[in-house]
Design a protein around this ligand. Structure first.
Ligand code: ZN
Length: 321
């Protein structure tokens, strides 16, 4: 998801005061905007594109939540994560679809990556794997939205397996985002880890293409302590990393237009990575062929670098309350 039209369906969400932890998060001595360009972290780009092609294939039937296509996508993710040595678990919930009145089942997929030195504070790194399914007999493959973020999360999972994070990371493949952030909302309402231990959410939704080579990162306007960190990340990033879409008019502010909105509603800071809307957004033409592989790989490297840096910087921030 991620359009201003979708917002109409969202309930107004009360703003909660940030946790005390939030105040300390990333408040440690800041890297500056003058920081050196950084070397993109290694990822298996061939595997990334293979995963993308599988998730975006017609056989996944558009990965609609509560459908056989959605279950097939989840099985694929489960197999991939098990092959890496992880033990994924399902987070089940029920929801009422926008297009039908009877309740349906959603199942997010969770993987806990224990921290090397701190298992108290947790980073939730996420992407929704569902899309809108089949309409009038036409499969909506949802390649950019959000097979791109889903395959990226697999690449991040692989990286964290090879080189474990300092703090515990919860990898969350959300279901039913297209129905109104249902999987993420279900998790923050029935979390598997106490919310006060969640230091931040880093969410990806549509990271596969942009004609100008631009990737947005949102969250710095709502959580200004991210600002120095984001400035340094942007310097020397392998994509044009732009900040924005996290303040201003409702149509321009993407905060509640993907799963990070569920975390923000609980006062948990977030970073959201995604591209501007494009002509194939939420159309049946959001196909594998429209992805720009070079940009996509560099976008995933940028998000992985952000995960590594937030993980590192948590070590110098205050402990949770
Ligand atoms: Zn989406």
């Amino acid at each position: 998801m991620r359009s201003s039209t979708v917002k109409r369906y969202l309930l107004p969400m009360r703003r909660f005061p940030a946790f005390l932890l939030v105040g300390a998060l990333l408040a440690a001595p800041a890297l500056t905007a003058q920081s050196r360009p950084w070397t993109p972290p290694a990822i298996d780009s061939a595997q990334l594109l293979r995963d993308l092609s599988v998730l975006a294939h017609d056989s996944m039937e558009g990965r609609d939540a509560g459908t056989p296509g959605g279950a097939r996508a989840r099985r694929y993710l489960t197999e991939r994560l098990r092959a890496m040595g992880y033990t994924p678990t399902e987070h089940a919930f029920s929801f009422t679809s926008r297009r039908a009145s009877e309740p349906r089942d959603g199942r997010s997929l969770l993987v806990r990556v224990p921290g090397r030195s701190d298992t108290t504070r947790v980073l939730v790194v996420s992407a929704h794997y569902d899309h809108v399914g089949v309409r009038d007999g036409v499969v909506f493959n949802g390649t950019d939205d959000n097979a791109s973020g889903t395959a990226a999360l697999l690449a991040i999972a692989q990286s964290l397996r090879k080189s474990p994070p300092a703090h515990t990371v919860l990898l969350a493949f959300w279901d039913a985002e297209e129905q109104g952030l249902r999987g993420a909302r279900a998790w923050v309402d029935a979390p598997t880890i106490p919310l006060e231990r969640v230091a931040a959410n880093i969410n990806m939704d549509m990271v596969g293409r942009n004609v100008a080579g631009e990737l947005y990162v949102a969250g710095g306007a709502k959580y200004p302590r991210f600002s120095p960190f984001l400035d340094s990340l942007a310097v020397g990033a392998p994509v044009i990393l732009k900040r924005g879409h996290d303040a201003g008019s409702p149509s321009d502010d993407w905060t509640n237009q993907s799963d990070q909105g569920a975390f923000h509603a609980k006062g948990i800071p977030f970073l959201y990575f995604g591209v501007e809307d494009h002509p194939d957004y939420h159309k049946a033409t959001d196909d594998f062929e429209t992805i720009v592989p070079g940009f996509y790989v560099r976008a995933v490297q940028t998000v992985l670098e952000a995960v590594r840096r937030v993980d590192t910087r948590l070590a110098t921030s205050a402990p949770p309350r």
